[in-house]
Design a protein around this ligand. Structure first.
Ligand SMILES: Cc1ncc(COP(=O)(O)O)c(C=O)c1O
Length: 350
């Protein structure tokens, strides 16, 4: 605290990212990173872009928007790219979510959303997930300016089918619906095919998870042109070059390597099945996950206790000290070997 702090800074409670330990040797299952490296084409593309570092990057990141557009069957003008999907989401708040009526999002969801609300002065209401930790779209029938859902939801991993998103869009034709699909590539249905029919839909995705590029910081949004224009107006009032030329080159290479993408995400989904089976066999309750993590609790142990015991044994998972979910652990799906080691350790603990 300092007398130089602005009133808004005094009231912030910033997002706390998962630990990035400096010591090696830990099994790191706490921040939903991909356990496999990115496509080998990424390295070559980044090396080839070094000679362009002298110049500013393309402020529109045109080749990257074209690559995203080609992959998703939309026009490049319907794509916005940013420095990680966190930045894309951040711009969405002042650009599209700040209105008189509150923004709605679930009580249990990505904990960055309320942080952005406080930073940008966006009023919001949390809508409780049901007793099974599911989003019920009927619960969103209340006055609001917009709705923000993570699908699959984080940290539960539970996904809504596209039909439910379409029903939500139809019920709220005058409210924007933002769907954060950070984890969609691990078996859920994307809402991108609905963009052409719904001017109130913005879909946000990232290359951090299924493309194994968390360190490169690239995310994007897909929506009809006026929504993209709103994001561009905020971006161009903030930082003209959020995606650097190495990131543009690496991201395009990753998007174009379908074979690598399919192989690595299939392996992760297969490991998820093993992890769910192993944990369930040990008495854990595991929520049905369509993401690269599982959310699990054990009836005989608190979340804090299991978190600490795993940490002592060199396994990092994520624990949230928050009502309703304090007994759960969020466990990222690692390699086959990491998942079996976690299960072996857990067997001794429960
Ligand atoms: C639901 C959700 N949305 C967005 C993000 C941000 O991802 P990134 O900024 O790496 O694209 C995360 C990161 O963990 C997330 O869990």
């Amino acid at each position: 605290m300092s007398r130089f702090w602005s009133p808004v800074v005094q009231t912030l409670s910033p997002y706390v990212p998962g630990e990035q330990p400096r010591q090696g040797g830990l099994i790191k299952l706490n921040t939903n990173e991909n356990p496999y490296p990115p496509s080998p084409r990424v390295q070559a593309a980044i090396a080839g872009a070094v000679e362009r570092l002298r110049l500013y990057p393309d402020p529109r990141a045109t080749v990257l928007r074209e690559a995203v557009a080609a992959r998703h069957g939309v026009a490049a003008e319907e794509v916005f790219v940013g420095n990680g999907s966190d930045e894309v989401l951040a711009h969405t708040f002042p650009a599209l979510l700040k209105h008189e009526a509150p923004l709605l999002f679930p009580d249990i969801t990505y904990s960055f959303y309320p942080v952005y609300c406080r930073l940008y002065g966006v009023s919001y209401q949390e809508v409780p997930l049901d007793a099974a930790m599911r989003v019920q779209i009927a619960d969103y029938r209340r006055p609001c300016s917009a709705i923000l859902l993570s699908n699959p939801n984080a940290p539960t991993g539970i996904a809504l089918p596209r039909t439910a998103i379409e029903a939500l869009l139809a019920e709220h034709p005058d409210q924007l619906v933002v769907v954060d699909e950070a984890y969609v590539d691990f078996g859920a249905e994307s809402a991108v095919p609905l963009v052409a029919r719904h001017d109130n839909l913005l879909v946000v995705q990232t290359l951090s998870k299924s493309r194994a590029l968390a360190g490169l910081r690239v995310g994007f949004a897909i929506g009809q042109r006026p929504l993209i224009e709103a994001l561009e107006r905020v971006k161009d009032s903030f930082n003209s070059y959020p995606v650097d030329c190495l990131a543009i080159a690496g991201a395009v290479a990753a998007i174009e390597d379908d074979a690598w993408f399919e192989e690595t995400r299939s392996r992760i989904m297969a490991s998820r099945d093993l992890l769910v089976k192993g944990l369930t066999g040990l008495g854990f309750e595991v929520l049905p996950s369509h993401a690269n993590f599982v959310f699990a609790r054990h009836p005989g142990h608190s979340g804090a206790e299991l978190f600490a015991l795993l940490r002592e044994r060199g396994v990092l998972v994520r624990h949230f000290q928050k009502p309703r979910i304090q007994d759960f652990l969020r466990i990222t799906v690692g390699t086959e070997d990491e998942c079996s080691r976690l299960i072996t350790l857990a067997r001794d603990l429960v």
